[in-house]
Design a protein around this ligand. Structure first.
Ligand code: NCD
Length: 313
């Protein structure tokens, strides 16, 4: 029987990963964050490797972040943006898989509108697959970069109370964060209109559901705001943007209910004045720009570790 590799071959989600499997990604990312600041990342870690960014859904920061991460480590990075509107998705995926196999790429970064698409591809391609967001399912590198940002501020990643606010139901970011943060021993509060907060989410571990934003924010260490994912919504799930902001917008008054110095986070893209007030997004409690910076470091760590899993021993 072949020996079980100590590093995973793919990163398809956070669900099921243990604290011990999560920590090495964060530790390596932490060192890459420092090296990136001093512009001394090892440019040969991925030399000769090919990374393909295969994006079936729009993305600015995630795609750019993976591209930069690969390039900072010396990989050849190719971006493929695929229009899905006119083609059958199942067929496209399988066709794409055989094309990619023929190209012999090493790492495949996939974003897709359908939950489970990266996992399906991982069974059909020889490359290591990284899920860069699939439908409403998971966005593992976002959860890792959020975790790293939180850990850098508190010096730990356990025993914290974290509120995740807004369109939780459609959010793969929320799902991956819930898996990661509960696996490490934090308490999660989910808050949003009942139409955007599936009650089944209360079963995901140390998770409490709230419909009152003020109540949810009291005594929290981190407030994570989420975009209203209108593209994934049917009609009638939310009132007007103005009314939504009145009940669920993160403004200064509400932020003052959280613990002093609580971190304000948002995965982007933000709708200022809808889920978050502009002055809160730009306040000194906001770590939104640092999340973006940690995103590159985390993706360097993920590409590096997965490519090591592929190295012949
Ligand atoms: C998120 C995504 O695509 O899931 N954005 C991101 O990756 N930076 C969140 C969102 O689209 O609202």
């Amino acid at each position: 029987m072949p020996e079980r590799p100590s590093v995973p071959r793919h990163l398809l989600g956070i669900e099921g990963l243990t604290a011990g499997q999560i920590a090495p990604f964060l530790d390596l990312a932490e060192s890459y964050a420092l090296l990136s600041r001093s512009r001394s990342a090892p440019r040969d870690a991925l030399r000769g490797r090919t990374v393909i960014n295969l994006f079936f859904e729009d993305s600015t920061r995630t795609r750019t972040s993976f591209e930069l991460a690969g390039k900072r480590l010396g990989a050849d990075v190719i971006n493929m943006t695929v229009a899905t509107s006119s083609v059958n998705k199942g067929e496209t995926l399988l066709d794409t898989a055989s094309t990619l196999n023929a190209m012999r790429c090493d790492l495949l970064v996939v974003r897709h509108g359908q939950s489970g698409a990266p996992a399906l591809l991982s069974q059909k391609v020889e490359a290591s697959v990284v899920n860069a967001g699939d439908g409403t399912h998971e966005h593992p590198t976002q959860a890792l970069l959020d975790a790293l940002t939180i850990r850098r501020h508190f010096g730990r990643l356990e025993g914290l109370t974290i509120a995740i606010c807004g369109d939780v139901g459609h959010s793969r970011v929320a799902r991956s964060n819930i898996h990661l943060l509960t696996a490490l021993g934090n308490s999660i509060r989910l808050v949003g209109p009942p139409t955007l907060l599936p009650s089944a989410m209360a079963e995901l571990g140390n998770v409490t559901l709230y419909s009152d934003m003020d109540e949810a924010l009291k005594g929290t260490d981190v407030v994570m705001s989420l975009r209203l994912q209108k593209e994934r919504m049917g009609a009638g799930l939310v009132p007007s943007s103005r009314e939504y902001f009145r009940f669920f917008g993160l403004d200064r008054r509400r932020l003052a209910l959280a613990n002093p110095g609580a971190l304000v986070m948002h995965p982007g893209p933000m709708n200022r004045g809808v889920e978050i007030a502009s002055d809160v997004a730009d306040s000194d409690q906001s770590v939104i720009a640092e999340q973006v910076e940690m995103g590159v470091a985390v993706r360097m760590a993920v590409l590096d570790r997965l490519s090591r899993a592929r190295m012949p021993s």
